[in-house]
Design a protein around this ligand. Structure first.
Ligand code: TF8
Length: 336
């Protein structure tokens, strides 16, 4: 008996010297982490970083598998898989969440953020957290925001130097009413479509154009099917990493803490990586033969004025006026 106790004590002493990861309360789990962009993209790199952090933190007990290029489905399909518990983690555009929590459309209001720094401060602060908390009642848990980036316009028809140049262009937009209203206001023919169908739609000419940050235009090889790029920066688009609430609720406290820690580390990695990639992508797009132009401030101001009905329409929906006011207040604090 004494011997058993002695060897138990010895066992515990050895366990004590093992890494914190092995001592922490992790259960063996298979975790599916899905995303929509190409594997070779800023999104893919950050997903792999996140997965690696979790695998390490769990001492190998978690097997986090990554699934790129919408192989688990488009953003809305993955959201439903999270809610139903058929998938554990995803990252996608906040804009595609409006079918679940319509308040998320606030981030898509045109020309809201002036800089990446403003976006970081608001998203990582109480406003961003409050928005994430709204997902809990719908079966999802918001973990962190990553940068997708300022969105710019591409098309295969003509250079867009002024708003009128968008007239009649069949433009793919995300499945989100703010984008549909905004681009209709600009005179384009806005067509909502899942990102996973976008390349084919551009290639076949089903649509003439689209809008996304330069990193995505590069990683999705849109330069193969788009000639003109206009630096409109009309919306700052965040990505959001979310988990299935059903799954999350079954995690141990140690697992939840590790998930949170890895989320923050991935955020810092992703933003640094995306910002560096953005500069490189501009060079790639030029080199691939895209014709790139900027828009004058006067023209951008004219566009902004044109979006007023779209903004008013969003604000008139239940609860939205309050959300817009809260975001404006956060931004006012930063700008004074
Ligand atoms: C879009 C978005 C996408 C993201 C990505 C699939 O245009 O910007 O790039 O939702 O996660 O649909």
């Amino acid at each position: 008996m004494k011997l058993i106790i002695k060897s138990l004590a010895l066992g515990l002493a050895i366990a004590g010297t093992l890494s914190a990861a092995q001592a922490a309360d992790f259960k063996p789990r298979m975790v599916r982490f899905g995303y929509g962009l190409a594997e070779d993209s800023n999104q893919g790199r950050a997903v792999r970083f996140f997965a690696e952090e979790l695998n390490k933190a769990s001492g190998g007990k978690w097997k986090v598998k990554t699934f790129g290029a919408a192989s688990l489905g488009s953003d809305p399909q993955m959201q439903n898989a999270l809610i139903g518990g058929a998938q554990e983690i995803m990252v996608g555009s906040t804009a595609t969440l409006v079918g679940i929590v319509s308040d998320f459309g606030v981030y898509d209001l045109p020309f809201v953020f002036n800089s990446e720094k403003e976006a970081d401060t608001v998203l990582d602060g109480p406003f961003g957290q409050k928005m994430m908390d709204k997902l809990q009642g719908k079966g999802m848990v918001g973990l962190t925001y990553w940068e997708n980036g300022f969105r710019n316009l591409t098309n295969s028809k003509r250079p867009v130097n002024k708003m009128e140049d968008m007239a009649g262009i069949k433009l793919r937009v995300m499945q989100n009413p703010v984008y549909i209203d905004m681009f209709k206001g600009f005179g384009a023919n806005a067509v909502p479509l899942a990102f996973s169908e976008l390349f084919a739609a551009l290639e076949t000419g089903a649509v003439d154009g689209q809008e996304n940050p330069v990193t995505t235009i590069d990683s999705s090889k849109f330069y193969e099917v788009q000639k003109y790029l206009t630096m409109t920066r009309h919306v700052y688009s965040p990505w959001i990493v979310t988990a299935s609430k059903r799954w999350y609720d079954g995690l141990t406290a140690d697992e939840k803490a590790a998930l949170q820690k890895a989320a923050i580390a991935s955020r810092d990695f992703e933003r640094r990586d995306s910002r560096a990639a953005s500069e490189k992508s501009m060079e790639v797009l030029k080199q691939k033969g895209m014709q790139i132009n900027s828009m004058s401030d006067a023209e951008l101001n004219r566009m902004r004025a044109t979006t007023k009905p779209a903004v008013d329409k969003f604000a008139a929906m239940p609860g939205h006026a309050e959300v817009v006011k809260e975001l404006d207040a956060e931004l006012a604090k930063l700008r004074k």
